[in-house]
Write a protein that binds this ligand. Sequence first.
Ligand code: ZN
Length: 280
Amino acid sequence: MKIHHLNCATLCPYGGRLLSGSGRATSQAELICHCLLIETSQGLVLVDSGLGLQDVEHPVSRLGREFMTFVRPVLSADETAARQVEDLGFSRDDVRHIVLTHLDVDHAGGLPDFPKATVHVHADEHDAAIHPRVRLEKLRYRPLQWAHDPTFRLYRPSGERWFGFDAVTALAGLPPEILLVPLIGHTRGHSGVALDTGAGWLLHAGDAYFHRSELDPDRRRCPPLLDIFQRIVEIDSVARRRNQQRLRDLHRENGADVRVFSAHDPVELERCRERMGVAE
Ligand SMILES: [Zn+2]
């Protein structure tokens, strides 16, 4: 399997070091949307999809005024997964599967650009997006992003163990090296995606944490605004904290075997790309 680490949207909210941990407090922070494009025997697999071409073209109607005001995405068609897939010499139809950590607006935006792809997601996440129960769920999901009626494959993992996580599952029609690892809390069915590269594992932890220093096994740290933001948008605080602790344990005990990264940390993306030529 060949793996490409993509940034499928740059986000520039105000908050400087209070969000990113460096720079001035009044400057813009820079967050990214870390996606994976995996070349497999079953075609191309995308893990998370960032913002899509239609989001970039019609941002207010597709993404919502709140997202535009507070998250302040750079609206670049070149950053969409669709363009990056084509720039790599593939056709968009070559993307057969999309595995999503969750259905938030900055993770599901690319879905309409790959209408033939099967979308794999936790069943509870799909339910939260289709049948939102609370105000937070009604606000965060954008049904326009799946209005093209993609084929969903839904999972409610149980049983299989993986590095201390007690319920993971393989995905239908995908190589067994790709697993869905529930990391509930940020949203109702939020999950990580684990990938056996043959030279160690990768775990895309989505929005289970936001800043690399949150994984510090000795002393968790998080820029204060980012910490507040995570609490505002969490659907289950207890589960989120428990899963974040599990990720810290995983990093401490199996950091040599499993490389964990989150969706929005630009430094983690850079580190993954640096290592890519070496191991993956
Ligand atoms: Zn996100």
